[in-house]
Design a protein around this ligand. Structure first.
Ligand SMILES: C[S@@+](CC[C@H](N)C(=O)[O-])C[C@H]1O[C@@H](n2cnc3c(N)ncnc32)[C@H](O)[C@@H]1O
Length: 214
């Protein structure tokens, strides 16, 4: 049977937005109330489906603007029987600003966002000077932004804007997270292009970092 035609008994994992001006009722999206992590620009969800499978005690939402790609999240998630995964087809910054309830997310994953390499196009980059404030508003105390890219210039911009924010502190990416590769990452790494990675945690107060105990 062709994968595209695979028939699943479980309902779609794609969230049908009833409104684009009201925030999501997160409690109604998942069977279990668990910490929520979001991947912005999840592509074909190679990373997210695998990471959700490895972390059944967390809920995950993938955000992607292309229909064909978000449909892959749906197919992968249903094939794996994942109750903790959902997808939303929407623009990432809009989702963060208008649809996510404040301080609802424990981790944001942003992997290989479009680099817009031409200087005149850089204003289209998702991670710009305004992004740390957007991320801060979405994250709960102790929440973390995980970043990966192949693009040296964009990586410089990412580390500069988060480095300049007094609300985040640089931390290490855990090995068990780094080992789950994205689709683009696998392709870049196969060509010998390394992953540039950084992670920033929301500071609770000056010098105090929240650590996960369970
Ligand atoms: C270079 S791909 C990386 C995909 C995936 N993160 C990976 O590493 O395999 C960037 C993805 O982000 C999506 N994307 C780009 N800009 C977006 C935006 N503003 N909102 C939502 N998705 C976006 C693209 O459609 C694409 O699937």
């Amino acid at each position: 049977m062709n994968n595209r035609e695979t028939d699943f008994a479980s309902p779609s994992l794609l969230v049908e937005l009833r409104s684009i001006v009201e925030r999501l009722a997160l409690g109604q999206l998942f069977p279990k109330p668990q910490p929520l992590e979001v991947e912005l620009g999840c592509g074909d969800a190679s990373f997210l489906a695998e990471y959700a499978r490895r972390n059944p005690d967390q809920n995950f939402i993938g955000i992607e603007r292309l229909l064909g790609r978000i449909q892959k999240l749906d197919r992968k998630g249903r094939r794996a029987g994942l109750a903790n995964l959902r997808g939303v087809r929407i623009e990432s910054a809009y989702f963060m600003q208008y649809l996510l309830p404040p301080h609802a997310v424990s981790a944001l994953h942003i992997y290989f966002p479009d680099p817009w390499p031409k200087k005149k196009h850089r204003r289209h980059r998702l991670i710009n000077e305004g992004f740390p404030a957007l991320a801060r508003a979405a994250l709960m105390p102790g929440g973390v932004v995980y970043l990966r890219t192949d693009d040296m210039d964009y990586f410089g911009q990412m580390t500069e804007v988060f480095g300049a924010s007094r609300e985040f502190q640089k931390i290490e990416t855990p090995a068990e997270l780094a080992e789950v590769l994205t689709d683009f990452e696998r392709e870049f790494n196969a060509q010998g292009i390394p992953t540039l990675r950084a992670a920033y945690q929301v500071l609770l107060a000056a010098g105090v970092i929240w650590t996960k105990t369970a």
